[in-house]
Write a new protein. Structure first.
Length: 146
C-alpha cells in the first residue's frame, strides 16, 4: 500500500474516532502522536496531519457541501465511516491542489469498499463525482473568492 493510501487510512481512523467520541479530531491525532512516541513507534506520516488538520480547519464548509449535494442523505444518517471518508475526499478535491481529483475519488472508494457497506462505494463515488463537477464554484467559495 502506498504511503499516501496508508496516511488516508490513518486519517480516517482519527476522524472516525473523533466523530464517535464527539471530540475534536486534532485532539485524537495528538493523542495518537503522543502514544506512538511513548511506545517508540515510528512517527505518523506528515500527510495524516495534513489531512486531519485540513478537514478540521474546513469542516464547516465540507459538511455544508456534503449536506447540500448528498441527495436525500443527511450527514447524521450516513455511516460514520462514509462521513469521514467523504470529508477527506472533499478536502482533497477542493483544497489539496497536489492530489488529482480522480485519485481522491479512487482512494475514497477503496476505503469504503474495505470498511463500509455494499452501497457505500457507489454513494461515495457519485457524491464525490458531483463535487468534482461543481468544483470551480466550490473552490472559489472555499478559497474566499466571489
Amino acid at each position: 500500500m502506498a504511503a499516501r493510501s496508508k496516511a488516508r487510512k490513518r486519517a480516517l481512523d482519527v476522524l472516525y474516532e473523533a466523530d464517535l467520541r464527539g471530540t475534536n479530531a486534532n485532539e485524537v491525532l495528538l493523542g495518537q502522536i503522543d502514544r506512538r512516541a511513548a511506545d517508540h513507534e515510528p512517527e505518523l506520516n506528515a500527510y495524516v496531519t495534513s489531512l486531519v488538520g485540513g478537514v478540521v480547519a474546513n469542516q464547516e464548509q465540507i459538511d455544508e457541501i456534503l449536506s447540500t449535494y448528498s441527495m436525500g442523505w443527511t450527514l447524521e444518517r450516513m455511516p460514520a465511516v462514509d462521513r469521514a471518508v467523504l470529508r477527506i475526499g472533499t478536502f482533497e478535491i477542493i483544497w489539496a491542489d497536489d492530489v488529482p481529483d480522480a485519485v481522491a475519488v479512487s482512494e475514497a472508494v477503496a476505503l469504503v469498499q474495505d470498511l463500509s457497506t455494499e452501497e457505500s462505494a457507489s454513494f461515495v463515488n457519485g457524491l464525490l463525482g458531483r463535487i468534482i463537477e461543481i468544483k470551480p464554484q466550490l473552490a472559489a467559495t472555499a478559497h474566499g473568492e466571489n
